[in-house]
Design a protein around this ligand. Structure first.
Ligand code: OFO
Length: 186
């Protein structure tokens, strides 16, 4: 007979709580990573890319807080992540967006792993909570892919980089925005 997930004191197993804290760590690092990239872009004169990344740094922080609220409401303890070793310099604007795409793919894999775990242990409440992140990751991956494609389509010669920076400024309107927005900040 399997142990019940929901008890009078908590509705999360400790294993699920640990996995959600690992996700909190990942979202916190995403926020710091994008903030650092935003600053680098700004110093290099890529002002649209900088604004895009400042917005996304804030978005990642809101993702982290969303999980904080869920874990604590469920009787667990959300942990502020240690954030060290953030890179401050990048070789090119293209590298920034290639790194973002790789990073978002890793975040998607991580969310999928937790969703799978929740399904296996029949924690349908957390499974349901995570559906918002499943949708959000699809949007974020698509945005990052579109950004990387701009370098291929437009090319970096002549006014290419300037044009790419302009187009990155328009990328947010390309996103579908289907996930619920509980913070009002994004
Ligand atoms: Fe939190 O959505 Fe990207 O990383």
């Amino acid at each position: 007979m399997k142990k019940q997930i929901v008890t009078t004191s908590r509705s999360l197993t400790e294993e699920t709580e640990d996995k959600l804290n690992e996700q909190i760590d990942m979202e916190g690092k995403s926020s710091a990573y994008y903030l650092s990239m935003a600053s680098w872009c700004e110093t290099m004169g890529y002002s649209n890319a900088a604004q895009f990344l400042y917005r996304h740094a804030e978005e990642e922080r809101q993702h982290m807080l969303k999980i904080f609220g869920y874990v604590n409401d469920a009787g667990g303890h959300a942990l502020q992540p240690e954030i060290t070793g953030i890179r401050h310099k990048f070789d090119s604007l293209r590298e920034v967006f290639e790194l973002i795409l790789e990073h978002e793919v890793e975040v998607t894999k991580s969310i999928n792993t937790i969703v799978d775990h929740c399904f296996q242990i029949k924690d349908f409440t957390t499974f349901n909570f995570l559906q918002w992140f499943v949708t959000e990751q699809r949007e974020e991956e698509t945005l990052a892919r579109r950004a990387v494609e701009l370098f291929v389509i437009i090319g970096e010669e002549g006014v290419g980089l300037w044009t790419i920076d302009q187009e990155i400024g328009n990328l947010d309107s390309f996103a579908t925005g289907t996930g619920p927005n509980t913070t009002g900040a994004i």
